[in-house]
Design a protein around this ligand. Structure first.
Ligand SMILES: *[C@@H]1O[C@H](CO)[C@@H](O)[C@H](O)[C@H]1NC(C)=O
Ligand SMILES: *[C@@H]1O[C@H](CO)[C@@H](O)[C@H](O)[C@H]1NC(C)=O
Ligand SMILES: *[C@@H]1O[C@H](CO)[C@@H](O)[C@H](O)[C@H]1NC(C)=O
Ligand SMILES: *[C@@H]1O[C@H](CO)[C@@H](O)[C@H](O)[C@H]1NC(C)=O
Length: 392
């Protein structure tokens, strides 16, 4: 299963290439900075190598503002899946290289109207537990130091001037979205009280939902991550005192206790969740979901009905999150994809996805800068004609 999770992530990236999305941004490759000093703090990737990040400095009116984006890319929940990661950039900085800065990380105002001139940072993800693990697996020499990586990289950024930021935004997509939920209040706590701090969670609303075979596959995946990587001690006590720590890795069980303003951006038919949680290979086998799980146009009406049930649950969770704090924002569109802040086509630009004519970059900007309240929940599939749907 975990091999597939990783592959799903790589496919997403490669589709983006094929899409031609990369072509226009070839000028914006950003070098990797390794945090060598992190090694003495035990803040290391799964294989013991130093963690890394990429930064492009801000200028003009953005010179004192900071966007910190946490990279995503699934999780590892056992020896095999974590060992596998050490052969990739998701587990070892030996395999990391420079990267593109598209969408919310872009320095072009046409592509990223509100944050293009901010200091923009992407923190690389090499711990496999959404920057929240703490432990060491002696038998395989695996380090689980996600939380320490978080602290070491933040300390480095504070030293580069983030400590005097006027405005800051923590963002993250997928497993990085979960990390944004887990670290949002920690991020806020780094700054002076007068700094405006908010958090964006993109495609991070992984729901604890019963799959097509009646199982809860994501529960066992998250239980593996939390147990194997020693995550429980880094989860909020307000949750772990109420329920099994593994359930406290689900954002839905954490959202209402977060004090910092937060924005949830998610599709109601999140394709990662459809493929890996609602209709995982283990539950589907050769049954009727075999094709529908990879291509929504192959779903019959009862399967669409099932997906509408998932959307209902997603909008209910989102609604309760929105009501819990006046400073929260929401954009839940009825599209089939996963992650919309890190891809050029969906964040902004030509024919971007929208709800009532409002796109994602504009919605996040309106919410961040208090230009208006943002609560956008789309009508159910198939009414939205602005989607960039993803098909495996
Ligand atoms: C974006 O950054 C790249 C790399 O530093 C630079 O070459 C390019 O001119 C910048 N683009 C804009 C619009 O500032
Ligand atoms: C927590 O939940 C997981 C997954 O549902 C289960 O395997 C585990 O036994 C539970 N742990 C406790 C302490 O109840
Ligand atoms: C998805 O399904 C539709 C309709 O069955 C088909 O036309 C299309 O080629 C499929 N896409 C992929 C990528 O398989
Ligand atoms: C932004 O809006 C929130 C909630 O509506 C309010 O609490 C806050 O004071 C506003 N901030 C500014 C700078 O207007």
């Amino acid at each position: 299963m975990n091999f597939l999770l990783l592959i799903g992530f790589l496919v997403l990236i490669s589709t983006w290439w094929v899409d031609g999305g990369m072509g226009a941004f070839t000028d914006l490759m950003v070098d990797l900075t390794l945090v060598k000093s992190a090694i003495s703090k035990g803040a290391v990737c799964l294989d013991g190598t130093p963690p890394g990040y990429h930064i492009q400095r801000g200028h003009g009116s953005g010179a004192n503002n900071w966007l910190v984006d946490l990279e995503g890319g699934g999780w590892c929940n056992d020896k095999w899946s974590c060992m596998y990661r050490t052969t990739t950039a998701l587990g070892s900085s030996k395999h990391m290289d420079k990267i593109f800065f598209p969408a919310i990380l872009s320095n072009r105002s046409e592509e990223n109207p509100d944050f293009y001139n901010w200091n923009r940072v992407r923190v690389r993800y090499c711990d496999g537990a959404s920057f929240a693990g703490e432990g060491y697996y002696k038998e395989s020499g695996l380090y689980f130091r996600g939380r320490r990586i978080w602290s070491a990289v933040m300390e480095e950024l504070m030293g580069l001037g983030m400590s005097s930021a006027q405005q800051a935004l923590l963002s993250g997509c997928s497993a990085g979205g979960v990390a944004s939920v887990l670290h949002c209040d920690n991020f806020k706590a780094l700054f002076r009280p007068q700094t405006k701090v908010k958090c964006l969670v993109d495609a991070g609303l992984f729901l604890d939902y019963v799959d097509v075979s009646g199982q809860r596959g994501l529960r066992s995946l998250f239980d593996g991550v939390v147990t194997f990587q020693g995550v429980a001690q880094n989860l909020p006590e307000r949750c772990t005192s109420r329920m099994n720590a593994s359930l406290c890795f689900f954002p839905e069980n954490l959202l209402n206790g977060i004090k910092t303003p937060m924005f949830l951006l998610n599709t109601a038919y999140d394709t990662w969740q459809i493929e890996n949680s609602l209709a995982p290979v283990s539950a589907v086998k050769d049954g009727p979901w075999k094709f529908c799980r990879l291509n929504y146009t192959k779903c019959d009406s009862s399967q669409i009905e099932f997906l509408q049930g998932f959307r209902k649950r997603m909008t209910t969770v989102a609604e309760s999150f929105y009501q819990s704090k006046a400073t929260n924002g929401l954009f839940i569109n009825s599209c089939f994809t996963h992650g919309q802040s890190v891809l050029p086509g969906t964040w902004h630009g030509k024919n971007y996805p929208s709800i009532t004519n409002k796109g994602i970059a504009q919605s996040v900007g309106d919410w961040y800068f208090n230009r208006s309240k943002v609560k956008l929940i789309d009508c159910p599939y198939p009414c939205d004609t602005t989607c960039h749907n993803y098909v495996s």
